[in-house]
Design a binder for this molecule. Structure first.
Ligand code: G3P
Length: 219
C-alpha cells in the first residue's frame, strides 16, 4: 500500500520523506490554513520534497471554473514537476464534469469527499485518477467507514477499474491496518498518525535496556 502524507506542513512532510516512507501528499483548504503558509509558498516547496502525486484542491463551484482553476494550478508548478499534480475535485455533478474535462486534457484528478461506493463508481467512470473516501467522517456519524472501502475495492476489482483508492480521513493507526488488509491502493495519513505507527512502547523499553546493559559491559 502506498502512503501519502495528509498535510500541508512542509517541515513534517520533509521529516517523514526522510524516513523513506512517503509516496505522495494530499492537501486541502483546511490543511493549508492549518499550515499558516500561503498556498503559493506551499506549492513552490512541496514538489521539491516529494517526487510523487501531490493533490491540490480547487475551490471553484462550477465545472468550467474548476477546470480553469486546475489549469492555473498546474501552471504554477515548475514544468519538471507538473506530472505529479493531482487536482482535488469535490464529488458532485459539477465536479464530475470537471473530472471528465481534466482527464481529457491529461490532468490527473483526485475526487474528494466521497462517502459511498456509488459516488466512487461515478467518479471512476468520469475519469478520476484517484477517489478519496473519507472513512473517519463516516465513523463520526455512526457508519462503518471501512465498509465502503471494502465495497469500492470489490467493485473496482470486478471491472478492472484503474482508478486508485485513497483511504482518507484516517483517524488512528488501526484504520491503516484495516485499509492495508483490504488491499486499498493508498492511505493518506496525518503526520501524527504516521508517528504513532512507527512507535511501540516495548521498542522504547527494549532500546533502553540494551543501552543500560551496554553501559555495564567491561570496556
Ligand atoms: O484527506 C482528507 C482529510 O484531510 C480529511 O480528514 O480528519 O478532516 O476528516 P478529516
Amino acid at each position: 500500500m502506498k502512503i501519502f502524507v495528509d498535510s500541508a506542513d512542509l517541515e513534517e512532510i520533509r521529516e517523514l520523506a526522510s524516513w523513506g516512507i512517503v509516496d505522495g501528499v494530499t492537501t486541502n483548504p483546511t490543511l493549508v490554513k492549518k499550515s499558516g503558509r500561503s498556498f503559493s509558498e506551499i506549492i513552490e516547496e512541496i514538489f521539491k520534497i516529494v517526487d510523487g502525486p501531490i493533490s491540490l484542491e480547487v475551490v471553484s463551484e462550477k465545472a468550467s471554473d474548476m477546470v480553469k482553476e486546475a489549469e492555473g494550478l498546474v501552471k504554477k508548478v515548475s514544468k519538471q514537476y507538473q506530472k505529479n499534480v493531482a487536482i482535488k475535485v469535490p464529488m458532485n455533478p459539477e465536479g464530475l464534469k470537471a473530472v471528465k474535462q481534466l482527464s481529457e486534457k491529461g490532468i490527473k484528478t483526485n475526487v474528494t469527499l466521497i462517502f459511498s461506493a456509488n459516488q466512487a463508481l461515478l467518479a471512476a467512470k468520469a475519469g478520476a485518477s484517484y477517489v478519496s473516501p473519507f472513512i473517519g467522517r463516516l465513523d463520526d456519524i455512526g457508519q462503518d467507514g471501512m465498509q465502503i472501502i471494502e465495497e469500492i475495492m470489490e467493485i473496482f476489482t470486478n471491472y478492472d477499474i484503474e482508478t486508485e483508492v485513497i483511504v482518507a480521513s484516517i483517524r488512528h493507526p488501526i484504520h491503516v491496518i484495516h485499509a492495508a488488509r483490504i488491499g486499498a491502493d493508498i492511505a493518506t495519513i496525518p503526520p501524527g498518525i504516521i508517528r504513532k505507527m512507527a512507535n511501540h512502547s516495548l521498542t522504547d523499553v527494549g532500546i533502553q535496556l540494551f543501552l543500560n546493559d551496554w553501559e555495564k559491559v567491561k570496556k
